[in-house]
Design a protein around this ligand. Structure first.
Ligand code: AMP
Length: 211
């Protein structure tokens, strides 16, 4: 299964991505997670990404595309992959289509999570992330229930940066929904409701689309 997940920040993409990757036994490739890991370990890639991430802007395509292409050549992607946070604009979607096309490994589906913007702001400003394992929580826990790690608020989950991330989504990322609809790949799922019910809805929709 070769999948892309699309949705505004706060739609629950990261949570669903981890669950779906587990279900299909495919690697979960989150460009945001790769950038954050590079930032934490102080690599050149992390330094290149930092100023953009801090402002809620997209990291330049040249940097992001090269990073994703490199990741997609790893052996663990042979039986599929789940991309979370990439592509983020139509130019990236075109690069991905060409890259996978050259390898005769086109996408099977693109899952869009739909949610309105009031709900997004509510979710993101209360979201906390585990420093150690990256798991995402609503605000009320003290520690990560998976690994006991400390929870923190991502700098780009603060209110002014959230506003810019939502603008960037509307201007640059939302057009890929139209792009993938045109390719016949799009499945739209409501991001409201119970986490496991949403995962079930995605799996059901994928089963009827891909089989
Ligand atoms: P995320 O964790 O997906 O919300 O990503 C956090 C930040 O990483 C974004 O706000 C961007 O600055 C950067 N980023 C992640 N994915 C991409 C991408 N495909 N293209 C450009 N920048 C990205």
């Amino acid at each position: 299964m070769r999948l892309v997940l699309v949705g505004p920040p706060g739609a629950g993409k990261g949570t669903q991505a981890a669950l779906l990757a587990g279900h299909y036994k495919i690697p979960h490739i989150s460009t945001g997670d790769i950038f954050r890991a590079n930032l934490k370990s102080g690599t050149e890639l992390g330094l290149q990404a930092k100023s953009y991430m801090d402002k809620g802007e997209l990291v330049p395509d040249s940097v992001t595309n090269a990073m994703v292409k490199d990741r997609l050549t790893h052996g663990d992607t042979e039986n599929g992959f789940l991309l979370d946070g990439f592509p983020r604009n139509v130019a990236q979607a075109e690069v991905l289509r060409a890259f996978l096309g050259e390898r005769s490994r086109p996408l099977d589906a693109v899952v869009e999570f739909s949610i309105d913007s009031n709900e997004i702001i509510k979710r993101l400003s209360s979201r906390r992330t585990c420093k150690a394992c990256g798991k995402i929580f609503a605000a009320h826990l003290d520690k990560c229930d998976a690994c006991g790690g400390e929870l923190y608020q991502r700098d780009d989950d603060k209110e002014d940066v959230i506003a810019r991330r939502l603008e960037v989504y509307a201007e640059q990322t939302a057009p890929i929904v139209t792009f993938y609809r045109g390719e016949g790949l799009l499945i739209t799922i409501s991001a409201l409701g119970d986490v496991s019910a949403i995962t079930d809805n995605v799996i059901r929709a994928l089963n009827s689309k891909v089989n």
